[in-house]
Design a protein around this ligand. Structure first.
Ligand SMILES: [Zn+2]
Length: 276
């Protein structure tokens, strides 16, 4: 008899089997596989540079497949509906139609999972677990989400050759805006202690999750931080709780400015070493 008590990261002590939960949702990998999307090599590399494995085995079957699975299904549908699951996203304006709770719960789930791998700040999610699992508003902390749409990047002939080599899909006119998925964190210039910001990037869509970890921060201060952040970002829009749609326009920022340069350099360096 196995007397070891299993602890599910979401529902606590359980006699159910613990299963592997994907950090990057499974439907993204399904897309890569079905569409013969070569970027999976790039994604594997991107994961290595942020550290850690990309599944975490501390979620029980029921939470993983029944409760959290619903959030993934919803997100998959939401992303498809906006054409985000594609090789090269070329649109510069979209009308984002969303269900606030479903979207926020999904972003929280991805961030909570990634944070447990990092071993950072996961305690701040403990009050939100019932919100993530059951949409229980009593357990909801103060979160804000800023959404940004990334522009396609235009490349020179020389860049096109390099990008083709490392498997980044290009449009016929030499543009890229690939379906890279990452869950991470971002540093914000000008922010003070207590603000923790996580990012969920799915192709051209970037979600910045602001977590208000300090009850002493006034609403005015929080608003100011968001305002400064959006000014610097130039294109971000706050996801409104009491709305179901908003217009998103891409600015100058492309996937390369947003999170590519360090990775791109490292990847090209790695490839040049491996071909020697
Ligand atoms: Zn569970």
């Amino acid at each position: 008899m196995n007397e070891k008590i299993l602890i599910c990261a979401y529902c606590g002590p359980t006699d159910r089997k613990l299963t592997r939960e994907h950090i990057i949702p499974h439907f993204i990998y399904d897309y890569y596989e079905k569409n013969n999307y070569k970027i999976s090599g790039w994604n594997e590399f991107a994961k290595k540079t942020v550290g850690g494995q990309f599944t975490i085995k501390d979620v029980c079957e029921r939470c993983n497949h029944v409760l959290l699975g619903k959030l993934d299904s919803h997100a998959s549908q939401f992303l498809r509906q906006h054409g985000i699951l594609t090789d090269v996203f070329l649109q510069k304006n979209i009308e984002l139609v969303y269900d606030y709770d479903m979207l926020l719960r999904w972003i929280l789930k991805l961030s909570f999972n990634a944070m447990r791998i990092d071993g950072l700040h996961s305690h701040i999610f403990s009050n939100s677990i019932n919100y993530i699992l059951h949409s229980d508003p009593a357990g909801m902390r103060d979160f804000e989400v800023v959404v940004q749409l990334l522009s396609p990047a235009q490349h020179s002939a020389e860049e096109v050759i390099r990008l083709q080599k490392i498997g980044i899909p290009l449009s016929p006119c030499g543009k890229t805006n690939p379906l890279i998925a990452r869950v991470g964190k971002v540093h914000i210039a000008g922010s003070k202690g207590g603000f923790i910001t996580r990012t969920v990037i799915i192709g051209a869509l970037v979600f910045y999750l602001f977590i208000y970890d300090d009850s002493n921060q006034t609403q005015a201060f929080r608003n100011q931080v968001l305002k400064v952040f959006i000014n610097e970002l130039k294109t971000g829009v706050i996801l409104q709780r009491d709305s179901t749609s908003m217009r998103l326009s891409a600015g100058e920022a492309t996937w390369i400015e947003s999170y590519g340069p360090a990775l791109l350099r490292a990847k090209i360096h790695e490839d040049s070493k491996s071909t020697k």
